[in-house]
Write a protein that binds this ligand. Structure first.
Ligand code: PMP
Length: 403
């Protein structure tokens, strides 16, 4: 069994949506790519290059097979931010783009929303962000596929919908959305960063055309990811965003991050092999955490969808603790590494746009914390975390009632 996160003297890590610890088995697979097999995968004149290219090919096959894609449909990038930018700007900036409107969702990650906002400013594209179901519905955070069907027009150049949300873990009905887009002839991009390795992904049945992934969310290294680009007729037309040596079929130039790519593939392989047992284990731990909070504290509210495998990622919990400021709560729990929202926007102190989109009040949004459980968390850690949270919430509530 791999060591738990508590044994290192650092806070107990429950922030696995932000990033994950690299699995030691991934590190072991990567090391030879740094020390012995360090050739440039583009060098065709000697064995260093051939071996690096061979390792990249094998990794590409592993990753493609994991999502039922073909190896040549995988383009390696530096991560999901770049993949999202390549997909969205790639479509929008192509001279033969099929319209001047893009549809997406209010709860997308900033790595989708910000490229869209720039396209609106720079190219005058119309960006429509569809609303999701709100608090009080069966599945807060879920996008109704009918919204997509109603919003598509003959001006729609692209639809972009994430598979699983990084704050509330909601899983979107992508296959239905994909079927609508396919029927209407509109390309569909999906940010599947939080979903890969957690739930099965089949690019064919989801009917997606473009899909973004990142290795560091699934116990792989940071700085590597990929974009799935469906091959078929008609061929998707994407404008490259990085020009240079013509690597990755000209979609993304730059010397390939061979160690990162090998680590990414190893991480995917491990997640797939362990998914059946790990998803049950994580769900059990997540449910245990929520139950221990809910039974020992008043006014703990679950944010987002019910704790059901088809609707929510097994490792995600997001709750608000009434009358407590989430930032203050986080600060008061030095022994626990959690987050009050998306780490990628933590330089921006605005309340979570995801929680607001599901209709939470500003107060409820500010009193929320996100917990992301992962492979290295143990039951003992979950119990320790719940004790810490219960103590801190009770203390802060007592202080505020005295103020
Ligand atoms: N999309 C989602 C849903 C994410 O959770 C993240 C990471 N927080 C990203 C995109 C950005 O990924 P990367 O860090 O690989 O650029």
């Amino acid at each position: 069994m791999l060591a738990s996160t508590m044994s290192n003297g650092l806070p107990l890590y429950l922030d696995n949506h932000s990033t994950t610890r690299v699995d030691p088995r991934v590190v072991a697979a990567m090391l030879p790519m740094l020390t012995e097999n360090y050739g440039n995968a583009g060098s065709v004149s000697h064995p260093y290059g051939w071996e690096a290219a061979e390792a990249v090919n094998r990794s590409r096959e592993t990753i493609a097979a994991a999502i039922q894609a073909k190896p040549r449909e995988i383009v390696f990038t530096s991560g999901a931010t770049e993949s999202n930018n390549l997909a969205i700007r790639g479509i929008a900036e192509h001279p033969r783009r099929q319209g001047d409107q893009i549809l997406s969702v209010a709860t997308e990650h900033k790595a989708v929303l910000d490229p869209l906002a720039r396209l609106q400013r720079r190219l005058g594209l119309e960006i429509r962000l569809l609303p999701v179901a709100g608090v009080g519905s069966d599945c807060p955070g879920r996008l109704d596929p009918q919204q997509v069907a109603d919003a598509i027009t003959d001006r729609t150049a692209l639809v972009s919908v994430m598979l699983a949300n990084n704050e509330i873990g909601v899983i979107q009905p992508l296959a239905e959305i994909g079927a609508i887009c396919r029927e209407r002839g509109v390309p569909l991009h999906c940010d599947a960063t939080q979903a890969l390795g957690k739930i099965p992904i089949d690019a064919r049945t989801l009917n997606v055309d473009l899909m973004s992934f990142s290795a560091h969310k699934l116990y792989g290294p940071k700085g590597v990811g990929c974009l799935y680009i469906r091959r078929g007729a008609p061929r998707l037309r994407l404008e490259p965003q990085i020009d240079g040596g013509g690597q990755e079929q000209n979609y993304r130039s730059g010397t390939l991050n061979t160690a990162g790519i090998v680590g990414f593939a190893k991480a995917v392989e491990l997640c797939l092999a362990e998914m059946p047992t790990e998803s049950v284990r994580l769900r059990g731990l997540r449910d245990r955490l929520f139950e221990r909070l809910e039974t020992r504290l008043d006014r703990v509210v679950l944010n987002g969808p019910p704790l059901t495998p088809e609707l929510r990622l097994d490792n995600n919990l997001n709750c608000s603790f009434a009358l407590v400021d989430g930032e203050a709560l986080m600060m008061s729990m030095g022994e626990l590494a959690v987050s009050s929202g998306s780490a990628c926007t933590s330089t921006n102190p605005e309340p979570s746009h995801v929680l607001r989109a599901i209709g939470l009040s500003d107060d409820a949004t500010r009193s929320s914390l996100r917990f992301g459980l992962g492979r290295f968390n143990t039951e003992q850690e979950i119990d320790r975390a719940s004790d810490l949270i219960v103590e801190s919430v009770a203390r802060l509530r007592k202080m505020s009632s005295m103020a």
